[in-house]
Write a protein that binds this ligand. Sequence first.
Ligand SMILES: [Zn+2]
Length: 702
Amino acid sequence: MKFITWFFVILVLVTVIVYFYYGNRIKYGALYAQDIPMSLTLNSVDDIKKIIPQSPAQIDTLVKQAIVHAQKIIDAILAVPADKRTYANTMKVYDDLALSDLSFGASICQILEMVSPDQSVREAAHRGYVELEKFSIDKIYNNKELYDALVAYNNGNRIHEKLGDQETYFVDYTIEQGKRKGFDKSPEVRKQIDECLKQLSILSNEFESNIAKDVKDVKFTQDELAGIDENTRAGWSQDTDGKYIIPVNPVNYQAILEHSTVEATRKKMWQEYATRAYPANDDVLKNMRSVRQELAQLLDYQNFAAYDLDDQMMKTPADAYQFLHDILQRVSPKVDQEFANITKNLPDDIKLNVDGRIDPWNEARAVAYYKKNNFQIDEREIAEYFPADHTLNILLKIYEKFFSLVLTQKQINGLWYDDLRLIEVKTQEGAVLAYVILDLYPRAHKYTHACHAGIIPATFKVDGLPNTKLSVVIANFPPATAGRPPLLNRSDVTTFFHEFGHAIHSILGRTRIASLSGTATKTDFVEMPSQMLEEWLFDPHILKMVSLHYKTGESLPDELINKILATKNMYSGTWVQRQGFLSLVSLDLFDKSSSIPTSDIYYSLYKQTRPHMLVSQDDKGWSSFGHLSGYGAKYYGYLFSKGFAREMFEYIENIGLLDPRAGAHYKDTVLSWGGTQDPNTLLYNFLGRKPTIDAFIKNLGL
Ligand SMILES: [Zn+2]
């Protein structure tokens, strides 16, 4: 053989050896000298159990490993000389942090702290999260040297590379974010910023964990529980005196406030609920407000709200205030009418105050009473048409059809609790896209609200194939009682559809940029997809499809469906007003000086925006307003994105709520971009014009 032939034979041999030796690393690995992250080892149901730690020792190991792993990625970026920087060896590796054990570990710790029944696991998860957060702030978020490396690429070789649209957005976005972190400031100022960030991380975590840890019960005799049906009571245990022991959580709160005919009982439950995490969170919030204010001023913003909104769709607090005041004004006549309706014929156990206002613990009962008498609707009867298993199955079918997916329920044991479900999400061609763990029923020490939490983002491996995404949906549905399966209230059905909607957004929002995948979009946009999906549940055909009486096996009769539709806007004005109030609280707390007491802001806004309600000094609602840590000044995002959601819905409704073509258009123009485009562009691409909130206002029945 000629030399040249030998040369090729040897070359092929070397390639084969290298491929087998480093095969896995090449196949999975990030581009630069790092190990395979745990997030990329998820390929099957069994792998889920392998990667989620079960014991404090396993959590500690994961945390240590996460720090080593992230440090390797950072070192790899820093090691590249400025003139050799490329997108691949700098920006892509930086983005790999979103798939690293650091990201994975922080998500897992956060979730285990919310759901684990084992105190030692919750504590280890808490410690782990705090440690990983501290590392992230020091070594990534606030690492000037690392940021300078990204800038060196941006100012240097970027010009020679042709980047895709997502990559372009990512580089611009990352450089812009650096400015928001104060990298242009003096070392002294940067030290102060660093100090603020660390304090805020601790305060946020403390704020949320105080809410989670406030586990309390109220006790009532059977007489005190008049109005509460036997099935609901059967779900509560009794003490030796025969008193019912009732955990203070959203499910029981709703049951008592709506149906108890004893005012003292409602008042007691309301007081317990309205003082959750109080006084523990009073000081935490006070400190959070003052440190956030300090941080904003160090970064040359007037206040934290201005800083917080600057990179959002809304842009400025002034715009947010205008939006909220406008919507509150428009809705005000409807609220007056709604209040007149519910107070015209009150039950004997509710008296209005001399100036005609209602006590907060009487509102829900007045609404339920009015609804029952005027529309003959009792939500407890409707709940009989929504047994949990059937309902969830059909809701999943809707997603399946609309988004052209295959969703399969699977058994999963051996995670933090036994009563968990797993949804496998596949393409119609059979490729596994994601797993979603469902943790749906209440228990002691579990997070008491509903949420979706991502664990592994949906992106692509270096071989171009999709990775397997992992998410958790947490909820607190009414559990089964003797002789009855778990029955969902309509609000529970909506909650599931909403939270699973976030999961779908995070699965279909598969982008090449892992850190901007799925729901990693603007906070004041992220609730749009889920709030839009809620509208499905007011479609008569969908309601028929989803419902199945747990005894008779019949779906909702037309008569009840008509009543549901007739009552859709029965109290919608007041709902908007309440959301407006909470939005103003979240804005004001971070817009006004932190020297003004939180309670002053809260009560004064309550008086201004909720004119029909009595203000009670027992209301310490800010203490358990969990969004104040994560959403900051941006709670307005719910109303703002709901505004667009209605317009999007009407567009889809015209094509068909189960029409895969509508699903494909929505996926292609909006969801699949995750956070790699300006949401205004996505909305424009979907609608073919700029969105407005007119459809929303009209739909409220105004
Ligand atoms: Zn949501």
